[in-house]
Design a protein. Structure first.
Length: 627
């Protein structure tokens, strides 16, 4: 075969291969990107600390994709599974700043899905997942209504599922008793052990409240504490002393007219019982016994003394009717009803992060006159509300929401009238603080189109907050550009123009532009103002007014890298110069705890005030507000 023919054959082969590659690339570009997997899935309940992960079958265009999650929750969308440097991403992940709410259906939506060459039509995708319910109480030992419980018994609770850190449990035992709580490693079994044996013959009431608590993933501090929800209410009775079948009264709050009664399991000798019976403090009265000889009653001639601890004893050795003897003393201890006091209050004293829709619950240690209790109640700052009652528990229901991030003081003045005891003799006070308010503009994240177009992207989001839809190219068309690369310590003036190439490498072939040119460009569509020296309260006031602000700072790891212009002007510059859009804050306007920003590279981020101010100071607190 001649050399000429070989060359022709080789060229035909090369052209064929190129044609095949071109056809493959074309078909690869025109088919729509598909979601091939999502996490968490839509089947079953989802853990509260889950992350949302969406995997595509091909790289997608970040500049068009609009992700969202409903109900709204602070967090950031992050692109992963990259093919080339910081480009060509196939996976999208949502990192929430806190756990999801329990027993809630969340909807994830993806709008404007297309590939990086934008040949395929834009598509839409959505799916839902539901978060797990917080566990409740499955069973309690002793069981509800159990009797003859040993005084040294432990109380064990079994939950319906593992208890996450977001579910706090509050235990209330009436009559009150101190105890130690021990939680098993499986986070489903909880045991609490009384510090002292439970009182014999006493019926106890156990109530368990569950409180949903949210902590910041950034600081670990409690951001929100919901109102307690009762998940258990049961009673059990501790066994009486040996030989004694029943004793009364026991515990505290005993009415002063109550007789002392002891029932034995066998008939007793009445004369022996009378000689072995004592009561302290001494009280005049008579001892009587039933016809069957098993039930003893002591009735004082006058009322017992208020708020006094009594001990009634039948000493060991008292004889039974058949000649036997009592093996050990039968002892009754009780305290008569005293002045009205508060047994429990919710929100608890010093509690923080309280839901602004919460009410106040006050449980008294005895039955009280409702009108006098309501008259004694005060809340500061004052708020109008109504009262309701359930047994000895008074509910105050505010007519409207409480104020955000506000300390409230509850007081109950002395003089609350008792129905059977003594009126309260001292004032009661407690404080709690509501959760901080979050103010956030509805501004969707929009990632920058070019390597160094953060200022245009940030302005685009600020304009979008005002309903103005423009492209980064539209914005850059309003800004002067000096495309020259840097020459040593001499370069352009970002105070007047975009310095370098928007597709360049920062601080070598490209840099960016400062606030005055951005404000001038923004003025094409809306009123805008650029300045340095912004205070934190000035920023938050603009957010409250519905105005987003483009702010200048430095991307992670940046450092100062100044130069001068050809005519000798000194330029403050940073390697990593970066613009973001401030869209919200958490807490009070004068002193917010956190700032919410749309970062055209990182997505939506939430910074502490100190972190934000440290970054904001790099360029003298410079920003452009769009009104």
């Amino acid at each position: 075969m001649s050399t000429h023919r070989k060359i022709i054959k080789l060229m035909i082969g090369i052209l064929g291969a190129l044609l095949a590659a071109g056809i493959s690339l074309f078909f690869w570009g025109v088919y729509r990107p598909r979601v091939i997997s999502v996490q968490p899935g839509s089947n079953g309940s989802v853990a509260l600390d889950s992350e949302v992960m969406i995997q595509f079958d091909k790289p997608i265009d970040r500049s068009t994709l609009i992700p969202s999650i409903t109900p709204d929750i602070n967090g950031q969308w992050v692109y992963e599974d990259k093919w080339l440097g910081r480009h060509l991403f196939k996976r999208l992940r949502f990192q929430a700043d806190r756990v999801f709410d329990p027993d809630t259906t969340y909807t994830v939506e993806l709008k404007e899905i297309t590939d990086i060459v934008q040949l395929a039509p834009k598509t839409y995708y959505s799916y839902q997942f539901r978060t797990a319910e917080l566990p409740t109480i499955s069973s309690v030992t002793p069981a509800n209504g159990a009797t003859a419980i040993p005084p040294k018994s432990e109380v064990s609770l079994i939950l319906t599922g593992q208890r996450p850190a977001e579910a706090e449990l509050e235990y209330i035992l009436e009559p009150a008793a101190s105890f130690r709580v021990r939680e098993a490693e499986d986070n489903r079994s909880i045991t609490f052990t009384p510090d002292q044996p439970l009182t014999q013959g006493t019926t106890y009431r156990l109530k368990v409240n569950r409180i949903f608590v949210v902590r910041s993933r950034m600081t670990g501090e409690i951001e929100y504490r919901a109102e307690p929800i009762q998940v258990w209410d049961s009673t059990f009775t501790v066994a009486p002393p040996p030989i004694v079948a029943a004793i009364s009264p026991t515990g505290s709050g005993v009415l002063v007219s109550t007789p002392i009664a002891i029932t034995f399991d066998s008939p007793m000798n009445i004369d022996s019982i009378r000689s072995h019976f004592t009561i302290d403090p001494p009280t005049i009265g008579s001892v009587n016994i039933s016809e069957n000889g098993k039930a003893l009653t002591f009735q004082s001639t006058e009322s017992l003394v208020f708020n006094t601890a009594y001990t009634a004893t039948i000493a060991a050795g008292a004889e039974t009717a058949n000649g036997g003897t009592l093996p050990e003393a039968a002892v009754i201890k009780f305290t008569t009803i005293g002045p009205v006091s508060v047994a429990h209050i919710s929100p608890a004293d010093g509690a923080t992060g309280i839901d602004v829709r919460s009410g106040v619950r006050v449980t008294f240690d005895q039955a009280v006159d409702h009108g006098s209790a309501e008259a004694a109640f005060a809340i500061d700052p004052a708020i109008v509300g109504t009262f309701g009652w359930a047994d000895n528990e008074m509910h105050f229901i505010p007519a409207g929401s409480l104020n955000f991030d506000t300390s409230y003081r509850i007081t109950l003045a002395k003089g609350i009238r008792s129905q059977s005891g003594q009126d309260s003799i001292s004032d009661f006070a407690t404080t709690f603080k509501t959760a901080p308010q979050t103010i956030k503009l509805a501004v969707a994240i929009d990632f920058q189109d070019k390597p160094l177009s953060c200022e245009a992207a940030a302005l685009k989001m600020a304009l979008a907050a005002k309903g103005v839809k423009v492209s980064e190219n539209d914005i850059m068309a309003k800004i002067a550009v000096n495309p020259a690369a840097r020459k040593g310590s001499v370069w352009g003036d970002p105070y007047k123009e975009f310095v370098g190439s928007i597709n360049g490498r920062q601080n070598t072939t490209g840099y960016g532009v400062y606030w005055d040119p951005i404000a001038q460009a923004a003025s094409t569509w809306r009123t805008a103002a650029a300045r340095t020296g912004w205070s934190i309260s000035e920023l938050t006031l603009e957010i409250i007014s519905g105005n987003a602000i483009v702010v200048w700072g430095v991307y992670t790891g940046g450092y100062q890298d100044n130069w001068q212009t050809a005519d000798g002007k000194q330029i403050l510059a940073w390697k990593g110069e970066h613009a973001r859009t401030l869209i919200g804050f958490v807490g009070s306007a004068d002193n917010p705890s956190q700032l919410i920003l749309n970062d055209p590279v990182a997505g939506q981020i939430v910074w502490t005030k100190d972190k934000f101010l440290a970054d904001f100071a790099k360029f003298g607190n410079a920003g452009v507000v769009v009104r």
